[in-house]
Design a protein around this ligand. Structure first.
Ligand SMILES: *Cc1c(COP(=O)(O)O)cnc(C)c1O
Length: 377
């Protein structure tokens, strides 16, 4: 089965009981038992719900994993994955990881005795050097947000395996359509489904896929115990989003490539960061491990003031947090998504005040380029 077909025909197609082509929304909390403990697979909706289950089967299928799990947000998914570990365990993370991930590990999970080290996971020697006796996993995000640094998933996974560590990949930016970490050797893949998978700026959700029955059992235990589950209505929205993910990612990628090339030649723009540009350090690696370069572009306009001017003039790029929707969005990471990272740390990472990040939507690219051109002049 090819990728676009799998997004539509993977998992559980429609509803067996009625023939409905779209999975019904089972808006229900509990299920009738014929006798104590005798029920038709569902007993209580925190533990399992048919609509959520259909989504979980689908995401497992399109990520080539053993089982999927749906959560109330990307952060709920990430936090629940971290609950697989115990006090005293150590996890290595990509250094310019999503701001919310940085916050939850450094301000919440550290209070429960988990230890974390941030390294440039694009540098395998740095990853090797960070391994301690109590290390249990390597958590990578590739490409990163907003600097779009690339990590070799296959190389890190092989190294992790040799040390008995789990490899966890935040695959939000690439989506299961463009990048599948599990066949590359990863153990756990997660998504903020709020972004491309939902795709329409109308749902907050998270997804996790694991590659073994053992991890599936542990993950389900955590999901049911912590209870940060996704509701049936939002599960349905994600099933709907996944059906068009392929064509949306194709269009987004084509638009982003054209826009990156336009920005790259523009005199008012400094550095342009897009993995689809041959000048990008991760370009060749992305060609190897991904089926495209995605829709995120970061570029430098020099200062906070210049960024402000650009934002004020744009018509089609909505100033907003988040990414991955049909409409183009723009943000200033230093003041928005990455505001929770201390200023010194941001400077260290290269997230300057004039760095602007766009999430390219699926509008006509001519309109988007004209808009940017007018706003930059
Ligand atoms: C948005 C995002 C998250 C967090 O997801 P929420 O759905 O906002 O909780 C995690 N990782 C990445 C890469 C993201 O972009």
């Amino acid at each position: 089965m090819k990728p676009k077909t799998r997004l539509i025909h993977g998992g559980i197609f429609g509803d067996e009981a009625t023939g409905a082509v779209s999975t019904p929304i089972y808006q229900v909390s509990t299920y009738k038992q014929e006798a104590v403990g005798k029920f038709k697979g569902y007993e209580y909706s925190r533990t399992g719900n048919p609509t959520r289950h259909a989504l979980e089967e689908l995401i497992a299928d399109v990520e080539f994993g053993h089982a999927g799990f749906a959560f109330a947000s990307g952060m709920a998914a990430i936090s629940s994955v971290m609950m697989l570990f115990s006090a005293g365990d150590h996890v290595i993370l990509t250094d310019d990881v999503y701001g919310g991930t940085y916050r939850v590990v450094n301000k919440v999970l550290n209070r429960f005795g988990l230890e974390f080290t941030f390294v440039d996971t694009g540098d395998l020697a740095a990853v090797e050097a960070a391994v301690q006796e109590n290390t249990k996993a390597i958590f990578i995000e590739t490409p990163t947000n907003p600097l779009l640094k690339v990590t070799d998933i296959e190389a890190v996974s092989a190294f992790a395996k040799s040390k008995g560590l789990l490899t966890i990949v935040d695959n939000t930016f690439m989506t299961p359509y463009l990048q599948n970490p599990i066949p590359l050797g990863a153990d756990i893949v997660l998504h903020s489904a709020t972004k491309y998978i939902g795709g329409h700026s109308d749902v907050v959700a998270g997804l996790v896929v694991v590659n073994t029955a053992e991890l599936a059992e542990e993950m389900h235990f955590v999901q049911n115990s912590i209870g940060a589950i996704l509701g049936p209505q939002d599960s349905w929205l994600l099933i709907r989003g996944l059906k068009t993910l392929g064509i949306r990612m194709e269009e987004t990628g084509t638009n982003a490539q054209r826009i990156a090339e336009f920005l790259d030649g523009h005199e008012a723009v400094g550095k342009v960061i897009y993995p689809g540009l041959p000048s990008h350090g991760g370009h060749e690696l992305m060609k190897k491990q991904s089926a495209g370069f995605g829709g995120m572009i970061s570029f430098d306009v020099g200062s906070r003031e210049k960024a402000g001017e650009l934002l004020a003039k744009l018509k089609y790029f909505t100033l907003a947090e988040s990414l991955g929707a049909v409409e183009s969005l723009i943000s200033v990471p230093a003041q928005m998504t990455h505001a929770s990272i201390p200023a010194e740390r941001r400077a260290e990472l290269g997230i300057g005040d004039g760095l602007v990040r766009i999430s390219v939507g699926i509008e006509d690219v001519e309109d988007l380029i004209e808009d940017l051109s007018e706003a930059l002049s």
